[in-house]
Write a protein that binds this ligand. Structure first.
Ligand code: APR
Ligand code: PHB
Length: 395
């Protein structure tokens, strides 16, 4: 088999890349370790930045998003039993966020790619990379019990944090930056109408809580827990009770309902530099992870492949590798800005184990500032809705 761009991973990064390349007239083949059902059902985050929505719209992927996505013009930050609205749209000259589950984005992308005749292979086993430091890289894998080989011009590593592509870069090339937060999130999906119109980020002495949603009938909520938390110790009643305590505000009630999904996810910051080696380009979670507090993971993945698709288009069209050579540094500027924002949000809202009160007081001082000074609220809002892309700034 032969293609121009071999893409490993059918998450948001790999699928958006494949779509953008198609629009540029560039062929790709996507290899995915899981089944189609699995990637379409996997519950992940659900906040799309303005720039992500614009890209999906501009490239013809937003039909269902326009119908079913919910636009939000603000978020609430709650602490000391009081709620404070951050008016995202007013503070950012008209930018917003959309609530639309990541797996819905993935479904729309797979439908669009397959309708355009794309090759996406699911349930692929044992993907290996060869020749990434040559001009003839290839992907080797097992499909339906048969050994296969895919020759490519370029390979895109879009296979997430636990994928294989990053590990195929020789030792000593990459520098890895890693920080593990001393807490995790227990997330639930519940069939109950959300008790709020806008997302609520709550700081409480017992730990952080977040009220999000997926639809008028479906709520998504999170609780800060220990990194090694045992889900068995969290029967539904206990989850609702703890959410009620941490989100409490006079005159406000949290409605509960059947929990249909429950999971614990760790919180880490991770970056590799550079995001390229030879003919292998890493994108999305394969190259970086952000703590979920800023809701940036998917958006950052889309930002990477936006840069990569343009660079590849220029390379194929003109033969110039300048943009491809600049891929890593262009992406990393945004990656570190988003890392900083996500870590800043995280440290403002979570309880730090062993805190003797100092951290808590600093958090409250920061929260008072962010919610009372317009300049501070504006900074949060600008980062939250997503900073403009380099090329929009004319850089
Ligand atoms: N071979 C083929 N596919 C693989 C392999 C492998 N060895 N390892 C992992 N994959 C697949 C995974 O099954 C997954 O479908 O790669 C895909 C990676 O997708 P994501 O993890 O969704 O990563 P990405 O596309 O970068 O999107 C980032 O996803 O992790 C969330 O919240 C995060 O929103 C962020 C977004
Ligand atoms: C979600 O809805 O899943 C969500 C929302 C906001 C976050 C993280 C996750 O910061």
């Amino acid at each position: 088999m032969r293609t121009q761009v071999g893409i490993v991973g059918a998450g948001p990064a790999g699928l958006v890349l494949s779509h953008l390349l198609h629009l540029e007239g560039i062929e790709s083949v996507v290899l995915e370790a899981r089944s189609r059902e699995y990637v379409e059902q996997r519950v992940r985050a659900g906040v799309l930045e303005q720039g992500t929505v614009d890209l999906l719209r501009d490239t013809g992927l937003a039909d269902r998003l326009e119908r079913e996505g919910i636009v939000h013009h603000g978020i609430e930050i709650r602490f000391d039993g009081r709620g404070h609205r951050i008016a995202l749209t007013d503070l950012t000259g008209g930018r917003s966020i959309w609530i639309y589950g990541q797996q819905e984005v993935v479904k729309d992308l797979i439908d669009a790619r397959l309708a355009a005749g794309a090759e996406i292979h699911f349930d692929v086993e044992d993907v290996r990379l060869e020749g990434i430091d040559s001009e003839t890289p290839s992907l080797h894998f097992i499909l339906g019990g048969t050994d296969r080989r895919l020759d490519c011009d370029v390979i895109a590593g879009c296979d997430g944090f636990h994928g294989v592509t990053r590990g195929s870069i020789p030792n000593g090339v990459l520098r890895e930056y890693h920080y593990e937060f001393p807490f995790a999130w227990l997330g639930i999906l519940a069939t109950v109408p959300p008790s709020t119109e806008e997302l609520i980020y709550a700081r409480h002495d017992r730990g952080f809580a977040l009220h999000s949603l997926r639809s008028p009938q479906l709520s998504r909520l999170y609780l800060q827990v220990a990194p090694n938390e045992n889900l068995n110790e969290w029967p539904d009643d206990r989850i609702w009770e703890e959410l009620r305590i941490r989100l409490a505000m006079e005159g406000w009630n949290l409605a509960d309902g059947p929990i249909i999904e429950k999971g614990v996810a760790g919180m880490r910051s991770f970056v590799v530099e550079p995001m390229q080696y030879g003919r292998l380009f890493l994108a999305g979670d394969a190259a970086h992870i952000v703590p979920a507090t800023g809701a940036k993971g998917l958006n950052l993945a889309v930002a990477d492949v936006r840069v990569l698709a343009r660079a590849l288009a220029t390379w194929y069209r003109t033969g110039s590798a300048d943009l491809l050579d600049a891929y890593s540094s262009r992406c990393l500027g945004r990656v570190w800005r988003v890392q900083d924002f996500s870590a800043w949000m995280s440290s403002m809202l979570h309880r730090y184990p062993g805190d003797d009160g100092m951290q808590g007081k600093l958090q409250l001082a920061r929260l008072e500032w962010v919610t009372s000074m317009e300049s501070a609220a504006r900074s949060l809002a600008e980062n939250y809705v997503g900073l403009p892309f380099d090329d929009e700034l004319g850089v």
